[in-house]
Design a protein around this ligand. Sequence first.
Ligand code: LLP
Length: 421
Amino acid sequence: MDHFLYRDAELHAEDVMLRDIADAVGTPFYCYSTATLTRHFQLFTEALAPLPHLVCYAVKANSNLAVLKHLGELGAGMDVVSIGEYHRARAAGVPGDRIVFSGVGKTRAEMRAALDGGIRQFNVESEPELDALSEVAAAMGATAPIALRVNPDVDARTHEKISTGRKEDKFGVPLARARDIYARAARLPGLRVVGIDMHIGSQLTDLAPFEAAYTRMAELTRQLRADGHAIGRLDLGGGLGIPYTRSNEAPPLPTDYGAMVKRVLGDLDCEIEIEPGRLIAGNAGILVAQVIYRKEGEGRDFLILDAAMNDLIRPAMYGAHHDIVPLTEAEPGTPLAPVDIVGPVCESGDTFARQRPMPPLGPGDLVAFRSAGAYGAVMASEYNTRPLIPEVLVCGDHFAVIRHRPTFDEMLSRDTLPPWM
Ligand code: LLP
C-alpha cells in the first residue's frame, strides 16, 4: 500500500497533485511519499515485536539525506556499505551505535573512519578483512564489534544479479568454515565478536529461502555459543520483495516474515537486526516523466520520454518491470494499445517497456513509473551528459525539493583541463 493515488482523475502523492510538482520543478523528477516511508518502516517494527530488534535501513536503496533523516527520526538504524553512506547516515543525525557496516571490500581507511566516528558493528566478509580490521583497531587502541557474514549456500531464487547467498557468490564466508573463522576472530586483538550476519539476496518473493538460511543460522548460533562465543545479535540482512505490478504479484508481507523469524530464531535470546531497503523505499517513490514524441515505427509505435536509462537503470540492467501510468487517468473503457516506451539515450537498451498496453498518449503528456523509490535515483548517472534529476519529498499537502537539478555549469565545473591546454 502506498500513497500515490488518483483523485479526480489526477495522480497525487499524498495530498499533492503531481502535476503541480511537475510545473514547479520540471520533468523528469523523482517523488517520494513520507507517509509511505513511515508506514513501511513501522510494518517491520510491528512485525518483529516483541523481539528485541533494530531495523537497519539499507541506505543503498535510497540515500537521500531527507529520506535518511526521516527514517532516523522514526528510530531506524542504518546498514551502510561504504564510508560515503556512513557519512550520509551521520549527517542525517543517525548515531554511530545504530549503524552497521556491511560490504565485501571495506578499505582500512574506511574501517578507521568508522571506528573513529562510532559504529555498532562491522559485518566482516572474509578472513583477510578480519585481519585488516584487527590491525586497524588494535593500532587505534580500539575494539571493533564484529559479526561474520556467513554464506549459507541457499538459492534465493531471485534475479541472477541480486542473488548473494550461494557458494558461487562473492559474499560472506562459507558456512562450513564459520566455526574456524570465529575461533580465529576470538584470538585476534582489537575485535569483539557480537553476532552473526547473513544476506541472501534481494527481491525475494518467497519466504522459504529465508527460512532455510535462518534455520542454518540458528544451528550455527548454538554451535558458536557452545564454542564459547557471545552471540547476542543476529543480522538477517534485507531482501524481502515488493509487488512491482498491481495485478498478479503478492510477495510475503512483513508480518508473515516476522512470524517466521520468531518461529525460527525467537527462542535464541538474541537481538534481531534486519536490513530492508527496497521494502521501505521502493513503493514510496515514483519517477515522473514527460512524453517528448510519439513516433510511428514499422509495426510498432514508440513513446519517447524525457527520462532515460541513466535516470532509472533497472529495466535496462535487470529487465525489471515498472508499471507506467499516465498522470491523468484515462476515462474508464479507453482502449489500450501496445507501445514501446523508451528514453532519448543512444542505445537500444534505453527501453523501459516493450509493447506495453497504454491509453493514447502524446507529446506533453506526463507519466509516472511506479515502485521507483528504491534503486532508482541512487543508481542514476550523467550518461549522455544528462543532469541527475531532482528528488522531491511530499509530506501531507506540501512538498520540497530534496536534491536539485544541477546546472550545466555545475556539471562542467567538476572537469578540469590539464595545465598544458
Ligand atoms: N543488506 C545487504 C548486505 C545488501 O547487500 C542489500 C542489497 C540489502 C541489505 C538490502 O536489500 P533489499 O531489502 O533492498 O532487497 N540494484 C538492485 C538491488 C541490489 C541489492 C543489493 N543489496 C535492484 O535494483 O534490484
